[in-house]
Ligand binder design. Structure first.
Ligand SMILES: C[S@@+](CC[C@H](N)C(=O)[O-])C[C@H]1O[C@@H](n2cnc3c(N)ncnc32)[C@H](O)[C@@H]1O
Length: 202
């Protein structure tokens, strides 16, 4: 889907992914010391808003203008202290410049790209994280095609824990702490997601 298609999807409904953070984002991030985060492909900002409420300073980036405008509107409803910690940017995450070692957390939640763009995004996300910070990736797992419900039906766009483990392991000063397929219970049945947690080392 391109940005126009995402604009149309967000234009059709409010809070397409709900107002709560993704369950795996919550589990993984709630115990990380707060700092500076970037949410790549943030959508309407459910994860970024939650992180900001915890004390994180967050930049959400998405190429859907409609999603970013909705995230801005949601930010206005937050307490001033929370709103001040949030910034939003309309940009293509496959092309946006991410400053090296500028954040403590890079989050990629359900952003599905072709293999080359995926690998490039993961590399740039990791390099944007400073020492002792984390990269958290969650997305529909390749096994979901045959064993789960929902999500993209194009196998090339789906995540594979072993593939991402190998990719991150090849990035200097990066340690893969978690790379697995996890179950997410939905109204339609069980969906299989890939969950990755990478620590940047000193
Ligand atoms: C399934 S939604 C997930 C949104 C959000 N991360 C969440 O978990 O609620 C995927 C998002 O990725 C965004 N996206 C996909 N490709 C992108 C790209 N190349 N640059 C920026 N955003 C992109 C879409 O606009 C959409 O908002």
């Amino acid at each position: 889907m391109d940005s126009d298609a995402w604009d149309a999807r967000y234009g059709d409904a409010d809070l397409v992914w709900g107002s709560e953070p993704n369950q795996f984002v919550r589990e993984q991030c709630q115990s990380i010391p707060v700092g500076v985060a970037v949410d790549l492909g943030c959508g309407e900002g459910r994860n970024a808003l939650w992180l900001a409420r915890l004390g994180w300073k967050v930049t959400g980036i998405d190429y859907s203008n409609v999603a970013i405008e909705r995230a801005r509107a949601l930010t206005e409803r937050e307490r001033p202290g929370v709103a001040l910690r949030l910034s939003w940017r309309t940009a293509d995450v496959t092309a946006v410049q991410l400053r090296a070692e500028s954040v403590d957390l890079a989050l990629v939640s359900y952003v599905h790209l072709p293999p080359e763009q995926r690998a490039s995004l993961m590399l740039r996300a990791a390099l944007a994280v400073r020492a002792l910070g984390h990269v958290i990736v969650v997305g529909h797992d390749r096994r979901n095609l045959r064993e789960g419900v929902g999500g993209p039906q194009d196998e090339r766009l789906l995540y594979d824990p072993a593939e991402l483990r190998a990719l991150f392991a090849g990035i200097p000063r990066s340690r893969v702490d978690l790379a697995e397929t996890v179950q997410r219970h939905t109204a339609e049945g069980v969906a299989l997601d890939t969950l990755i947690r990478v620590r940047r080392l000193v």
